[in-house]
Design a binder for this molecule. Structure first.
Ligand code: UD1
Ligand code: UDP
Length: 416
């Protein structure tokens, strides 16, 4: 592996490509910027998403220094993989980052970690260790994240369950740090903004009254075709049976999603189909919503953070914490099951209340600080291995007695 530079700033290439990566890496980038005496963040966008990535970055006032702009309509997985891998090579060659940070399980994250590995650049993986143990669900994310795990040097696991998954795959415990999920940091950041600015967009038509609002998102590849048709059937049935309920659905731009959704759900008075929302507007909408009905990964974390019950329209989830805590139910894509679950929450206040008041298992909003502290400590250790480890560790970080490697001390960051 390439030798880490001594002295000077640590160049951290943060690679992102899709909406959720931008939202979950924004707190890390902001924290790296805040600590500019030590870090030089370099934001590299693959452009796997175009409009949706720009929307997400704008919410945090961030702009990438590089944008590969790889998005094509109806792009295939191999096209994205090849374009990101090839596009990052010259950037990594000229910029020589000390470390590459990726998040989650997208094709951008996988291809970026492979590009870094090919050049001997260590990789830090944010949101490491999520697993369903079903390699086709979610597809291709389950395999992407497993491959990233075996490339990465540093694993920022959001929860203890994620950490245990990594340990089961023989990942060195000293390289895993449980940080919480950075999406909680992102939510805190946006809610501070919402406290200052007016919140709900008037065109949602939701200001009047306190009637129930169901917020829907769905986009997973494994749902294309029949499962998505079933999801639409359930939403239509709910709209017809419950005229008192508003259903708001910001539709993903993927034509495999947008076309069938608009075909099935246009024209009903209590269904509002919107384009993707900027993150500030979306957080305001989640705040107003009664129930989140979704197949998204991020919403399964945001729901418990906001006290909103989440109904997960998937057969598997890599976020068992929310389900175990009782904050989310796995309802699959069977229309009857979806309708029954929604109506139970609408009609049984005790059930609703129980779900809405579960503790948030995804962290305390300080994940990015932990990640950046670990990067700082890791750099300190790897750039100066000849240092006296007992004397030079920053306060609060001295290695535990008998620690076999300096990175063992990073376990001190574990917060839960
Ligand atoms: C990707 C990720 C998925 C993540 C999701 C978040 C992979 C394999 N999938 O899936 O893990 O949950 O993003 O949304 O990495 N499009 C636009 N404009 C945009 C974004 C997308 O037009 O701003 C359309 C394009 O036609 C594009 C298609 O959506 O070809 C699919 O985008 P892609 O990134 O390949 O897959 P997602 O389903 O978005
Ligand atoms: N989101 C958003 N605008 C929208 C829909 C979702 O900002 O119109 C946010 C949402 O709050 C979450 C993230 O996008 O933080 C989830 O993205 P997505 O569902 O595309 O991906 P996943 O989480 O499934 O990977």
């Amino acid at each position: 592996m390439r030798k880490v530079k001594k002295g000077g700033t640590v160049k951290v290439a943060v690679v992102l490509g899709t909406r959720p990566e931008a939202i979950k890496l924004a707190p890390v980038i902001l924290e790296l910027k805040r600590r500019s005496a030590l870090f030089e963040p370099l934001v590299c966008a693959s452009g796997q998403h175009r409009e949706m990535l720009a929307q997400a970055l704008a919410a945090f006032g961030l702009e990438p220094q590089y944008n590969l702009d790889v998005m094509r309509s109806r792009q295939s997985l191999s096209e994205v993989t090849a374009a990101v891998l090839g596009g990052l090579e010259p950037i990594f060659t000229s910029e020589q980052p000390d470390v590459v940070i990726v998040q989650g399980d997208t094709t951008t994250a996988f291809a970026a970690s492979l590009a870094a590995y090919y050049q001997g650049i260590p990789v830090g993986h944010v949101e490491a260790g999520l697993r369903t143990e079903d390699k086709y669900s979610p597809f291709p994310e389950e395999i992407n994240r497993r491959l990233i795990t075996h490339i990465a040097e540093l694993h920022f696991a959001p929860t203890e369950i994620a950490r245990a998954n990594l340990l089961r795959e023989a990942i060195d415990a000293a390289r895993i740090v449980v940080t919480g999920n950075t999406v909680v940091d992102a939510l805190h950041f946006i809610r501070r903004r919402l406290a200052r600015e007016s919140s709900l967009r008037p065109d949602f038509g939701l200001d009047a009254g306190k009637h129930p609002v169901i917020l829907v998102t769905a986009h997973r590849r494994e749902s294309f075709g029949q499962p998505l048709q079933q999801i639409c059937r359930a939403i239509r049935t709910l709209a017809e049976r419950r005229p008192d309920v508003s259903i708001v659905y910001p539709v993903h731009l993927n034509p495999n999603v947008a076309e069938p959704v608009h075909q099935s759900l246009s024209g009903l008075p209590n269904i509002k189909l919107l384009g993707p929302l900027d993150y500030v507007s979306f957080v305001a909408l989640m705040d107003r919503a009664t129930i989140l009905l979704t197949d998204s990964g991020g919403l399964q974390e945001e729901g418990p953070s906001l006290g909103k019950p989440v109904l997960v329209m998937r057969d598997t989830s890599e976020r068992p914490e929310a389900i175990d805590a009782g904050a989310a139910w796995l309802v699959g894509t069977d229309p009857q099951r979806i309708v029954t679950a929604v109506e139970t929450l609408l009609d049984e206040p005790q059930v609703y209340q129980h779900m809405a008041t579960r503790p948030n298992p995804f962290g305390d909003g300080h994940a990015a600080e932990r990640i950046v502290s670990v990067l700082s400590e890791w750099h300190h250790v790897t750039a100066a291995p000849e240092r006296d480890p007992q004397r030079n560790w920053p306060e609060g970080l001295s290695p535990s007695p008998g620690a076999s490697t300096s990175l063992d001390s990073l376990r001190l960051f574990r917060f839960c």
